[in-house]
Design a protein around this ligand. Sequence first.
Ligand code: SAM
Length: 348
Amino acid sequence: MEEEGGQALEEKAALGFQRGFLAGKRLAELPWESLEEVLKYSEDSSPFLAILQKTVHHPLCLKYPPSVQYRRRFLSELIKKHESTSTEPLDQLYEALGVVLNCEETTHCYKNYLLPSGDAITLRENVAIVSQGTTGLVTWDAGLYLAEWALENSEVFRNRRILELGSGIGLTGIAVCKTCHPRWYVFSDHHKAVLQQLSENIHLNSLTLEPESCSHRTEGSPNHQGRLDVNLEGDHVRISVKELDWNLVSKDKLAKLQADVILAADVVYDPEVSQHLIGVLQKFPRDGGNRQKPEVYIAFNIRNPDTYHDFQMQLDKVEIGWETVATSWKNLFPYDQHANIVILRLHI
Ligand SMILES: C[S@@+](CC[C@H](N)C(=O)[O-])C[C@H]1O[C@@H](n2cnc3c(N)ncnc32)[C@H](O)[C@@H]1O
């Protein structure tokens, strides 16, 4: 292989590790195969040094590190791979592992999601997937998939008022605010600790919250608080966080939000929660009035096909039409399972 081509391959593999590692992707989903490919042609340890530089030594990792356990497992795996080559042991790998082994485990960690622009969304997340009685303190694959879909379909959001239900700690909404030019983005959830972490994450990403509820603002009125936010292209985005429980919120309150688009990710994980979600969707004005009915997009991780079919049956029962607008299939080695995420557009 030509030296130049080999370097390009090495760089590409390292960038793949960078993207996955900073976002705390499952180790099995990191691009080990492309590393194997690079190693076929490499005669020294440079591919490993490149990966180390773009992951554990990356400035984002130094400032906002993934969990101690994740870094430890990642480095152990990288060392194992390196030891399977015939090159000399690489001190830098062992030194990096030594540093991580001396770190104390924490209940929180950071994940850094790189946008195509190169900008990163940094979120403070819980290490445990369920904590304080909620699943909302970590980012779920469906939220990530909905964010990716939004980046490719930004016209859905441009200059519109978006309401997100069950926002969790904010990945989807922050991605939309930064890149899709919405006019107003209302994040919502019902869990106090989730709302707190969500607000912190919004600030962490240099976005500013409206000081108070947006629900009484009339169309086109000036922003008297003068607190405008700017997305990556310099547009102004107004951002609110609201405590909104689907079972308690009134029709009136929802109507006042005047949402053009409603989003939700990974909020249909058991039949009871499905019912609650459908319940809240039924509270939105259905006649449309002078306004167009909101467009609704739900990202659904099909862990159990029965839950998915049950949700579809419940929608049919209350005459909410639906169509699939995107699907992602993933093979989650080592579980040998297919995780299927779909985005449904609902016609409420
Ligand atoms: C699995 S998490 C998904 C979080 C985020 N959307 C994501 O994809 O990463 C489900 C979220 O729905 C919220 N939720 C569940 N039931 C709710 C309800 N009745 N009212 C409001 N939010 C609710 C939870 O608090 C949690 O943040």
